[in-house]
Design a binder for this molecule. Sequence first.
Ligand code: GTP
Ligand code: MG
Length: 294
Amino acid sequence: MFKSGFVTIIGRPNVGKSTLTNYLLGEKLSIVSSKPQTTRNNIQTVLTGEDHQLVFVDTPGIHKPKHKLGEYMVDVATESIKNVDLVLFLTTAEVEVGKGDLYILEQLKDIDKPVFLVVNKVDESNPERIAKTLENYGAVCDFKEIIPISAKNGKNVDTLLKLMIENMPEGPMYYPKDMIADVQERFVVTEIIREKALRLLKEEVPHGIAVEVMSMKQTESGKYKIDVNIICEKKSHKGIIIGKQGTMLGKITRYAQEDMKTFLGEKVDLNIWVKVRKEWRDDNNLLKELGYKK
Ligand SMILES: Nc1nc2c(ncn2[C@@H]2O[C@H](COP(=O)(O)OP(=O)(O)OP(=O)(O)O)[C@@H](O)[C@H]2O)c(=O)[nH]1
Ligand SMILES: [Mg+2]
């Protein structure tokens, strides 16, 4: 019997949803960073085996939105619950059930599909703490399974995978066998640049940026020529992104170029321009242009 279905991974920002997605896939497709609110769209990845196909939906962290971009992020995450066969509610070993978690669990109350409690980052915790967390969360909601894992080192992820397959309905192959994600090359290009910006720049700056691919061409030799704009909210941010004599932008470009080469399998000539557009995170038209609106 072939089993298949959709699994959404939801939780607060920064709990490790994208790390788990990447681990399950064995590839780096979702961007991961130590800063909350990294993921902005639902990203689908596909895992196909002999007798199963699971489609994972990596969602933006659910949080209290402060601007329209944030509203969009929370919308796509909550929407994702509706169209799946299984929900993974991801949290970390924190003992107390926080307000953010309760808010998400509230949305899960009335759905008629299995919900797993997945407690991540157990490599950072001790057994008593983990046991207490499982108990406290288990009391709040009726979870079908409760699984402690580490998405970073893979601990217990095989058990999680086994339980997910067990809970899938009989179903078709939704995507071709060799397909691993539904995202376009252009999208991955923008996400690679956002990841470098998140890693290299201070807190407030990268949260206010968007990346727009202006052109992406391949020359006859196979080399890619990619032109992108980084859009930021303030003139002062532009200065920070470019850096002294262009050093920061140079770094972002070099690191991004390397990752793009791995992803595209060809050399990449990347050019980045930095543009200021005030309050783009609240500008409906611009959000649409940048792919953050339905
Ligand atoms: N120690 C430890 N760190 C982890 C683990 N999983 C994720 N992390 C770290 O936690 C941080 C956040 O991980 P992400 O995967 O970006 O979290 P996310 O839930 O996708 O975050 P948003 O997209 O912002 O909602 C990163 O620094 C990860 O390296 C884990 O199992 N153990
Ligand atoms: Mg993420």
